[in-house]
Design a protein around this ligand. Structure first.
Ligand code: ATP
Length: 219
């Protein structure tokens, strides 16, 4: 599903910040991406999200070398990938329900086609009672669950998460990763970047450890 072969990335004329990345992610798997601050986790997620192109090597997603794809094909592929950003990126002028429904609205779906799915998903992530609230009134954990719901409403094949537990207490962190694990059980491939190593010990998923731009452990 995801194949990297000797991938390198540099920003502008700067040094290579990702080097010699060669790995495969099988469909339906769950990987933690970890490593110290500045090791390149966010940059690697951007390559996976197709918002950055590698400066060398080959990235294959869904069996296709992404370097040969035109803008339309990249956008089509991008629809199969969901992302949860650390800073939520919810729109304050929309309700929680409207934020989660937004990706479907943008695709032109009528509300009658998605209302029941959005409501069901919000109930599943524990926001059934909060769906009419605006994000400013949600707690950090509620915002994060809304961001997760928005990322998965379009049923992406791959879900990327950048430090999704960055702003919440350890108990809630554990519950959020458990939520990702439940999504994974339903078939979504997940790559979750975090530097919270103790949290990972609660789960047996393989870890990719980035150090100075290279993967040093992938088990
Ligand atoms: N747009 C950019 N232009 C130039 N250099 C960048 C850019 N974005 C990131 N970098 C550099 O690339 C390196 C990797 O950064 P990246 O954000 O990918 O690491 P990270 O592991 O996600 O860090 P953190 O855990 O602190 O978020 C760092 O040295 C950073 O300064």
């Amino acid at each position: 599903m995801i194949e990297f072969e000797d991938v390198g990335l540099r920003y502008g004329h700067g040094p290579e910040i990702l080097r010699d990345l060669t790995f495969t992610v099988e469909p339906g798997s769950f990987h933690f991406l970890t490593g110290p601050s500045g090791s390149g986790k966010t940059s690697l997620l951007k390559l996976l999200l197709l918002s950055l192109k590698p400066t060398r090597g080959t990235v294959r997603l869904f069996g296709q070398d992404v370097s040969g794809l035109d803008q339309d094909a990249l956008l089509r592929m991008r629809r199969h990938i969901g992302i949860v950003f650390q800073e939520f990126r919810l729109l304050d002028h929309l309700t929680t329900y409207e934020n989660v429904a937004l990706p479907l609205r943008v695709l032109g779906q009528p509300e009658s086609a998605y209302r029941a799915n959005v409501t069901e998903l919000l109930e599943w992530v524990g926001l059934g009672e909060r769906m009419d609230a605006h994000p400013a009134l949600l707690s950090g954990g509620e915002k994060q669950r809304a961001a997760i719901a928005r990322a998965v409403i379009g049923r992406p094949d791959i879900l990327l998460a950048d430090e999704p537990t960055g702003n919440v207490d350890p108990d809630l962190s554990l519950r959020l990763v458990t939520l990702f694990a439940e999504l994974n059980k339903m078939g979504t491939t997940i790559i979750l970047a975090t530097h919270e190593l103790p949290l990972l010990d609660n789960f047996s998923f393989p870890r990719m450890l980035l150090r100075d731009g290279e993967i040093v452990i992938h088990d």
